[in-house]
Design a protein around this ligand. Structure first.
Ligand code: RUB
Length: 314
């Protein structure tokens, strides 16, 4: 049985109290650390079994952001030792080094992304991405004036989180409904979004609506920049697997009262969509910026030809 902190984190991820691919990854690593600290396992085998069970519980919360299984793999891979105490220490160290890497990757990515932003530029955002915002932050730190058109991002309106963060940085913000995006693209110099997963062919999986925005931006000639640290590269796509798109509760789209009023309709609520590589100008990672079609080279270098599932029951 995972310790209560793992259970709490899993529930918070599933309920989107903790959300966004990087934050989900960090919370998962923290939860594995909590499991290790609280473990009363009587043997190294029992400790490892507990860690695998905790990782499975976390893994099963949301299916699309690959940062989650990548984070779990990172920590479980570092488990080392012949005693419970040694295993505990190695888990705690692995979680700390994961957090360091995450923070460093976002800073480095931000510096690279900021080079694409010129003084006086306006960016259009979709959803809320800490990787995307790191690019704006770094551009501001370079002394550039940046403005933003922030898409509301139905149904959960994560655009409000982006708007709040940008206002805290004194960035002038205009919030628009999603359907107004094309109208405002002419006023924007970049579309700047994050990613939950990036597939081997360079497809970008991000909050639903990203692909529609990318198609419109291509038509208007506005460059599309995806900010995604390498934790978002989906290694299973190297071996032909596809990325599962999470379907969320219908009530996020229509309340029960609205449905009663409208009548008997089917409601679908996909949380993410796939933007084909031809609509993306650059994927900005902490290792540099890449045309989407070449991201596979980096993916091979970092993740080899595939992955294991270290959380599997043995
Ligand atoms: C969040 C979302 C974000 C990515 C990247 O979706 O699509 O663009 O996760 O975020 P949700 P970050 O709100 O459903 O989790 O750059 O912070 O990892």
């Amino acid at each position: 049985m995972p310790v209560p902190e793992v259970e709490r984190t899993a529930e918070d991820i599933a309920d989107m109290e903790i959300r966004g691919a990087a934050s989900i990854a960090e919370a998962a690593a923290d939860a594995l650390e909590a499991q290790a600290r609280a473990s009363e396992a009587a043997s190294p085998d029992a400790f490892r079994a507990e860690m695998r069970a905790a990782a499975r519980r976390l893994r099963d919360t949301r299916p699309t952001a690959v940062s989650l299984p990548n984070a779990l793999r990172y920590v479980l891979r570092e488990l080392d030792g012949d005693s419970v105490e040694a295993l505990r220490v190695s888990t705690i160290e692995a979680a700390a080094s994961f957090r360091d890497q995450l923070e460093r990757a976002q800073d480095d990515l931000g510096d690279i992304g900021a080079n694409r932003l010129q003084d006086g530029d306006t960016v259009m955002t979709h959803c809320h991405s800490t990787d995307a915002l790191a690019c704006v932050r770094a551009a501001l730190d370079d002394g550039k004036h940046i403005e933003a058109v922030v898409k509301e991002t139905r149904p959960r309106k994560q655009g409000h989180i982006t708007a709040k963060q940008l206002r805290e940085w004194d960035v002038p913000v205009t919030v628009v409904v999603d359907n107004a995006a094309r109208r405002y693209l002419d006023d924007c110099d970049h579309v700047l979004v994050g990613a939950d997963s990036i597939a081997a062919d360079g497809s970008v999986i991000n909050k639903v609506g990203t692909s529609l925005l990318a198609v419109a931006a291509r038509e208007r000639g506005t460059p599309i920049m995806v900010a995604a640290q390498t934790l978002k590269l989906h290694p299973d796509t190297l071996t032909g697997h596809t990325v599962e798109i999470e379907m969320r509760d219908e009530s996020e789209v229509m309340t029960d009262a609205e449905r009663a009023e409208v009548g008997d309709v089917a409601v679908e609520n996909p949380a993410f969509d796939v933007t084909p590589p031809r609509y993306v100008d650059a994927i900005v990672t902490e290792r540099g910026q890449f045309p989407p079609e070449s991201i596979v080279t980096l993916m091979r270098e970092l993740y080899g030809e595939g992955t294991t599932e270290p959380w599997a029951e043995t």
